[in-house]
Design a protein. Structure first.
Length: 320
């Protein structure tokens, strides 16, 4: 027998209208009530009729994630966080990769507006603030803020993350710290370098987000006799560790190394595994999704919300 919304309402001890609002993530309900209704729906195996729900509400129960990150390095974790939140309300997520092509982005936006998606999360692989998109839909920006202060944006506190890594090194007694990072025209590289500049034994070195640059830059900073090297990415840090090993320097006994991003394919494959800063991208996606749901529900947020990064310690600073 098909489970009805009235069955869910009866099990949760609420009215059918309240049950519908809880499952659709609408109305002014307490989180406890929403959770109780969702548990009842899960227990009964209730599956809402998406077509009927869309027709009755005027919504499609679909949200788009618009990204410039073709590799998925940043957009996939953010999407997982978004889906964690949206799936609880039976919303689906559509991924649209613009490949940093303005024409492709405009084409996607026309299509999304025509399809009547409920809202859009805009993200990418850079942290530079970007121009807002012009659509008659709720929009939230994740990782890179909108240049319009009236928009809702969620970003990572890069400066605090880099500072935490250097504070960790100083707490271990390292006093001669060098810093190797990415391109000088990238906001994330500059912010991370500026956050640690007062604690360095030499000027930060800017280059590529690559292991090759990490190896090359290691030869340069060794002239300053560092006892620690802070890196602006895990790729750079892995290159640093490789070069130090080639030169017979032990990590971390001779020189401790930190990365940034907690990109596990790099951080755990490094020898030794990297102490690094986790951007907590899934948390970023979850927060963006909550802001978008509020906007869809008629309560939009404004301004930039900065979330903390998290230091993850491993053998590259602590040893075996």
């Amino acid at each position: 027998m098909k489970v009805r919304i009235t069955d869910v309402a009866a099990l949760a001890g609420v009215s059918a209208g309240t049950a519908s609002k809880a499952l659709n993530n609408t109305g002014q309900l307490s989180q406890a009530t929403r959770d109780r209704v969702r548990r009842a729906a899960a227990q009964l195996g209730f599956t809402p009729d998406s077509r009927g729900r869309a027709l009755s509400s005027g919504r499609t129960y679909t949200v788009a994630l618009l990204t410039t990150d073709s590799s998925g390095r940043f957009s996939i974790p953010i999407m997982r966080g978004v889906e964690d939140v949206l799936s609880a309300g039976e919303l689906s997520t559509v991924l649209c990769d613009t490949r940093e092509d303005p024409l492709r982005e405009r084409t996607y936006l026309r299509s999304l507006v025509a399809r009547g998606v409920d809202g859009i999360v805009v993200t990418g692989r850079r942290t530079e603030p970007r121009a807002p998109i012009d659509v008659p839909l709720p929009v939230v920006y994740a990782l890179a803020a909108s240049t319009d202060p009236a928009d809702a944006s969620v970003i990572v506190d890069d400066s605090a993350g880099a500072a935490a890594a250097v504070a960790h090194l100083r707490g271990l007694g390292r006093t001669r710290i060098a810093h190797i990072t990415g391109p000088a025209h990238h906001r994330s590289a500059v912010e991370r370098a500026e956050a640690v500049a007062d604690h360095l034994c030499t000027e930060p070195l800017f280059g590529e987000w690559s292991e090759r640059w990490g190896r090359q830059a290691t030869d340069l900073v060794l002239r300053e006799h560092p006892d620690a090297i802070s890196c602006g990415s895990d790729q750079i840090a892995r290159g640093v560790c490789d070069r130090l090993r080639e030169l017979g320097r032990d990590v971390p006994t001779d020189i401790a190394v930190t990365g940034y991003d907690n990109w596990l394919v790099m951080a755990l494959a490094s020898r030794p595994p990297l102490t690094t800063v986790d951007l907590r991208l899934e948390d970023l996606g979850r927060r963006a999704a909550h802001l978008l749901l509020d906007a869809i529900g008629g309560s939009p947020h404004h301004g930039v919300l900065e979330l903390p990064a998290q230091l993850v310690t491993r053998e590259s600073t602590l040893g075996a």
